[in-house]
Design a protein around this ligand. Structure first.
Ligand code: NZQ
Ligand code: ZN
Length: 391
């Protein structure tokens, strides 16, 4: 195994009714910025619940609503202004990944001497921020228990990520994860969530780490769970038990546990997907479903070893009378079939997109790096070849 640091300061409240812990968490704060999206928290009654608690606790609060999927830098800047004007001491985000990621960028942007865009470009690491609390309403990103934040700079068509795993600043101080709030997530976003959770695990499964039996089996266990519950859930969206299982899978997929054991992971698919969603504003989960099988095929041709494990462990592919490459490609075929069976798009043709600037997409993937990924380090030309396959 590689040496690693495993740090996670987020206090997680998991399960039905955990919102009743919010008043206690709010005790140490006076001025709160409530951040949310386009209104789903009002439809599910969460907005009223939160406002009731804020009022009962006599908290001063201001609201930043209208955070969009693929959240925009402009809204982050608006939030930063609100924090400064109102001397906010807690940012409370209620929603999915886009809302929570915006809260994180606001939290550090508001106290940093640097512009938030420079933080997103990773020019500086911001060590301190305004405390963050979250109430999760969509299982997918793991943002509820990790330091990462992904924000779209629409002026430059870039999707940028920040958040350091060894620094408290963008970890939520607390997160309330009640599966009840996710019962209303529509089918398309549920599918996207399943794909995103599985992709986070896959990115960490395809790592270069010797003697990693436990890390691999923990990853396989989350993947198997998602393969078991995903198809059931999309036909039974209000099933609490399935939502509950998905929610904990989402958190554990990307909260540092697998990252520590799996040598930080690969993340080439996420890099390429962020370029696709920066340019075409497609949902993150859909972009991952499109790019991942292409990446798998490219890498399995060069080194099928981990793909053989994947095929056998997840899809019971028989190894008898087959070469490693045949087993690996059978596993990839089965993963593609799984994605198709849950209704995920597998090509950019799904959007009717015909015109594309391949070099621009490669630039937006590489963002100045010479190589991306760890399982097979990918050069510019490799990335170009993979992305060209998705159109
Ligand atoms: O805006 P509202 O009205 O809340 O509606 C949202 C939005 O339209 C809706 N929704 C959320 N909870 C709901 C609900 N609708 C009904 N009932 C509920 N309970 O769902 C839509 C999508 O929400 P969004 O927050 O965009 O989805 P998700 O949680 O998948 O977040 C995606 C974003 O996170 C980034 C992605 O790139 C993307 O920008 N990621 C963040 C990561 C992280 N911070 O660690 C890692 C990921 O790899 C990812 O890159
Ligand atoms: Zn993701």
């Amino acid at each position: 195994m590689e040496k690693f640091i495993w740090y996670n300061p987020t206090k997680l409240y998991f399960g039905k009714g955990q919102i009743n812990k919010l008043n206690n968490e709010l005790k140490q704060y006076d001025k709160i910025l409530l951040v949310y999206g386009g209104g789903s928290i009002k439809k599910i009654g969460l907005y009223d619940e939160v406002i009731d608690i804020l009022k009962k606790e006599n908290k001063f609060y201001v609201e930043l609503s209208g955070i969009e999927p693929n959240p925009r830098l402009q809204m982050v800047r608006k939030g930063i202004e609100l924090v400064k004007e109102n001397h906010i001491d807690l940012i409370l985000a209620a929603g999915g990944g886009s809302t929570i990621d915006s809260a994180k960028a606001i939290a550090i942007g508001a106290v940093s001497e640097h512009d938030v865009l420079d933080l997103l470009l990773n020019k500086y690491v911001q060590e301190k921020g305004i405390p963050i609390g979250t109430i999760l309403t969509l299982s997918a990103t793991g943002t509820e228990m990790n330091p990462r934040s992904v924000i779209s700079d629409t002026e430059n068509n870039l999707k940028l990520g920040l958040g350091n795993w060894e620094v408290d600043a963008t970890f939520p101080n607390f997160s309330i994860c009640d599966p009840t709030y996710t019962l209303t997530v529509p089918k398309n976003h549920t599918i996207n969530g399943i794909i995103d959770i599985m992709s986070h695990v896959l990115e960490q499964y395809f790592s270069r780490n010797e003697n990693n039996i436990l890390g691999e089996q923990m990853a396989e266990s989350i993947l198997k769970t998602m393969i078991e519950i995903g198809p059931k859930l999309i036909h039974d969206l209000e099933n609490y038990k399935l939502r509950e299982t998905m929610m904990i899978c989402g958190t554990l997929a990307w909260n540092g546990m697998l990252r520590g054991l799996n040598n930080k992971g690969d993340w080439a698919c996420h890099r390429m997907e962020h370029a696709l969603s920066a340019v075409y504003d497609i949902a993150h989960g859909e972009g991952l479903a499109i790019i991942t099988p292409q990446w798998m095929e490219f890498c399995a041709k060069k080194d099928p070893s981990q793909f053989v494990k994947f095929a056998v462990a997840l899809f019971n592919v028989s190894i008898e009378n087959k070469t490693d490459k045949e087993v690996a490609f059978e596993g990839i075929k089965r993963y593609r079939q799984f994605l198709k069976s849950i209704g995920a798009p597998l090509s950019m043709k799904h959007y009717g997109i015909k015109d594309y600037d391949l070099d621009d997409l490669v630039d937006k993937t590489m963002l100045g790096s010479k190589e991306i990924g760890r399982y097979i380090p990918l050069s510019r030309d490799d990335v170009k070849e993979i992305i060209s396959q998705v159109f």
